[in-house]
Design a protein around this ligand. Structure first.
Ligand code: ADE
Ligand code: ZN
Length: 355
């Protein structure tokens, strides 16, 4: 029997009522998730108790009430405080496993997890504890949930480049566990140019490279990330629309943007989801993907980001298909694995048309 075929334009026939089910069933890759940002308040308190760490908030509700952010920095202050409960391998494993359970329910087939080793090594937690714990959860996700997962080591840009270089050297015993490096934390005042040497070293080690740019920072930071750090994807990048030449470059070179709609609203990059520029960028031909960033802090995991964005921007099944397809295209998996998931995505959409 031949596989069902369809063209994306056929998806116009999928009724809006069928979209939630399609969004969930489509195989998707999540390419922008800070695993420390998946620590739910309940788990923060559970780990604090298990590890004897004291918190600045008396209970889960008061911590959750503090999640009223005005910008990136106001979030990062709380996010780093939350990560202070992570001490042992099992803590990192439990955190990532909880994420994978959510991801499986959302139809995620592949996840590239960002982690911030400096947040932990600065507190005296060894690099090996972080990487071994996360690796165990990744292996379990593959074995028990069928989710493929990789790790991307992020440098904290508010710290020095020398500290980033040292972090990369410290991670080398686990080189085979890491597929790439990234750049995150406070963007304004910390341009990509500050990290040129460490990204060059990472690339010479054969690691992939990505960087947060144009979340709050100007389009010039996106240019720098592409030209000086030679990144393969831009994390966020929503400020690109201010720069016509940059937009043309993103489209022409098909440089993926890992956009995080709920994060952008929570951190006041857009005043509401309906004002987000995702649809405009997608329709302009940019390789836009949808991701959750720090789901425990921003009000939703991957499927929530998809569903709420589809509703707010009145996206159709064809947009949803393109977004899922982009996520698979932009991932760092092998070409053979990508083809398998792309075929599954097409089969899933063909089935939606047939029913
Ligand atoms: N670290 C965790 N989430 C982040 C974000 N949205 N931007 C920059 N650094 C981060
Ligand atoms: Zn991020």
């Amino acid at each position: 029997m031949t596989a069902p075929t369809f063209t994306p334009a056929d998806l116009q026939r999928v009724p809006g009522a069928a979209l939630p089910d399609l969004l969930r069933r489509m195989p998707k890759a999540e390419l922008h998730i800070h695993i420390e940002g998946s620590l739910e308040p309940e788990m923060i308190f559970q780990l604090a108790q298990r590890n004897g760490v004291s918190l600045a908030y008396p209970d889960v509700e008061s911590l959750r009430r503090a999640y009223a952010f005005t910008d990136l920095q106001s979030f990062l202050d709380i996010y780093y405080a939350g990560a202070s409960v992570l001490l042992h391998e099992r803590d990192f494993e439990d955190m990532a496993w909880a994420y994978f359970l959510r991801a499986a329910a959302d139809g995620v087939v592949h996840a590239e997890l960002f982690f911030d080793p400096q947040t932990h090594t600065e507190r005296g937690v060894p690099m090996g504890v972080v990487i071994e714990g996360l690796t165990r959860a990744c292996q379990r996700a593959q074995a028990e949930l069928g989710i493929h997962a990789d790790l991307i080591l992020c440098f904290l840009r508010h710290l020095s480049e020398d500290a980033a270089l040292q972090t990369l050297e410290d991670a080398l015993p686990w080189r085979d566990r890491i597929i790439g490096v990234g750049l995150d934390s406070s963007e304004l005042g910390h341009p990509p140019s500050k990290f040129q040497r460490v990204f060059e070293r990472a690339r010479r080690l054969g690691l992939h490279a990505v960087a947060h740019a144009g979340e709050e920072g100007p389009p010039a930071y996106i240019h720098e990330a592409l030209d000086l750090l030679q990144v393969e994807r831009i994390d966020h990048g929503v400020q690109a629309l201010q720069d016509e030449a940059l937009m043309q470059r993103l489209v022409h070179e098909q440089i993926p943007l890992t956009v995080c709609p709920l994060s952008n609203v929570k951190l006041c990059v857009f005043d509401q989801l309906a004002s987000h520029n995702l649809r405009q960028m997608l329709e302009a031909g940019v390789c836009v993907t949808i991701n959750s960033d720090d789901p425990a802090y921003f009000g939703g995991y991957l499927l929530d980001n998809f569903q709420q964005t589809v509703d707010a921007l009145q996206l159709h099944a064809q947009h949803a298909y393109q977004l899922a397809r982009n996520s698979l295209q932009a991932s760092f998996v092998s070409a053979a694995q990508r083809q398998v998931w792309l075929a599954q995505l097409d089969a899933c959409c063909a089935q939606a048309l047939a029913s």
